[in-house]
Design a protein around this ligand. Structure first.
Ligand SMILES: NC(=O)c1ccc[n+]([C@@H]2O[C@H](COP(=O)([O-])OP(=O)(O)OC[C@H]3O[C@@H](n4cnc5c(N)ncnc54)[C@H](O)[C@@H]3O)[C@@H](O)[C@H]2O)c1
Ligand SMILES: O=C(O)C[C@H](O)C(=O)O
Length: 328
């Protein structure tokens, strides 16, 4: 067992995702059963009391791996020494809004947090942005942290990936672990492209198992609009499933993905698949030795090309909009 605790900073700790996330981190599901964690909870001043309540409950779980909990309302203190930073704190959308509508409301949070990460996080810091619009918020944070390697800033599309796994498995009548090589491309928004052209279902090509009409009229819209469907049903945006996806993303990043399959994560583009360099876009990825690698060499057909381009065009628009707002 490692004895030095890993510092995990969670912003928005008093929010609904925070509540679904912290207990799982403290129980060892983020970093594994041998790694003690020290939690650093960052909230705005109005959220501190509720975060203190959550910390009391964490204490009451007597988690053997939980080495300490500190609560802050100052970003520099919150990110000081952070090895893992989960940037969750941001306003969620409500019914009728698109995630892009949050650009101005939430964009202002991520510049100062990027600066704080730059100033004091640990040398090995890994950052996952969950707060929406996640890709562009990650870009803002990354641009404010010039001393941190850009590849350490990622945004979450694992929830979309998991949603797609479930939809395809259910349609094919197989268990989710029989589905592999799905990809979410682009933005965590309604333009995202869940791609099954390389997917395997129970060892067969997914395209032999499901038909194109279902792909276009059911699968893609269901996955891409699932966030809105949850808001419509719950009256609140997804929380436990979002926390679960954040755990999956960081766990894979730290411990590595298995074999030749892959998952999806929004990472800084190196220009692969025609995605402009520097954008934080979702790709098919594997994790090796603590680094994400884009799966190379996949054939992109015309249908996929058009869908990827449309989502990437939206990311370019968001980047240009935050540039105009002076956020990057
Ligand atoms: N990427 C994804 O797949 C995904 C999935 C679900 C939700 N989200 C997004 O995650 C975000 C959080 O969702 P939620 O349901 O937990 O919201 P919530 O409103 O329940 O909680 C947000 C918390 O963040 C805190 N906060 C606000 N500004 C902060 C700041 N500057 N520093 C620290 N904390 C701050 C608030 O006080 C609040 O406690 C939203 O933007 C939501 O849209 C993303
Ligand atoms: O859709 C939202 O606004 C919340 C979240 O991004 C989701 O995908 O559930």
């Amino acid at each position: 067992m490692t004895t030095t605790p890993v510092n995990v900073t969670v912003t928005g700790a008093a929010g609904q995702i925070g509540y679904a996330l912290l207990f799982r981190i403290a129980s060892g599901q983020l970093l594994g059963p041998d790694t003690p964690v020290s939690l650093r909870l960052l909230e705005i001043p109005q959220g501190v009391k509720a975060a203190e309540g959550t910390a009391m409950e964490l204490d009451d779980c007597a988690f053997p791996l939980l080495a300490g909990i500190d609560i802050f309302d100052d970003a520099r203190q919150g990110f000081d020494g952070a090895n893992v930073a989960l940037l969750v704190g941001a306003r969620p959308r409500s019914k009728g809004m698109e995630r892009g509508d949050l650009l101005e409301a939430n964009g202002g949070i991520f510049g100062p947090q990027g600066e704080a990460i730059n100033a004091g996080a640990a040398d090995d810091v890994k950052v996952l942005v969950v707060g929406n619009p996640a890709n562009t918020n990650a870009l803002i944070a990354q641009r404010h942290a010039p001393d941190v390697p850009a590849e350490r800033f990622t945004a979450m599309t694992r929830l979309d990936h998991n949603r797609a796994l479930h939809q395809l498995a259910t349609k094919a009548g197989v268990a989710v672990n029989e589905v592999e090589r799905l990809t979410i491309w682009g933005n965590h928004s309604a333009t995202q492209y869940p791609d099954i052209f390389h997917a395997r279902v129970g060892g067969r090509a997914a395209t032999d198992v499901v038909d194109e009409a279902w792909l276009e009229s059911e699968f893609i819209p269901t996955v891409a609009k699932r966030g809105a469907a949850i808001i419509e049903a719950r009256g609140l945006s997804s929380a436990a499933s979002a926390a679960n996806a954040a755990i999956d993303h960081v766990h894979d990043w730290v411990t590595g993905t298995q074999g030749e399959g892959w998952t999806s994560a929004a990472i800084v583009s190196d220009g692969s698949y025609g995605v402009p360099e520097g954008l934080i876009s979702s790709f098919p990825v594997r994790a090796r030795d603590g680094r994400w690698e884009i799966v190379q060499g996949l054939e992109v057909n015309d249908f996929s090309r058009a869908k990827i381009d449309a989502s990437v065009a939206e990311l370019v628009e968001e980047r240009d909009a935050v540039q105009q707002l002076g956020l990057v």
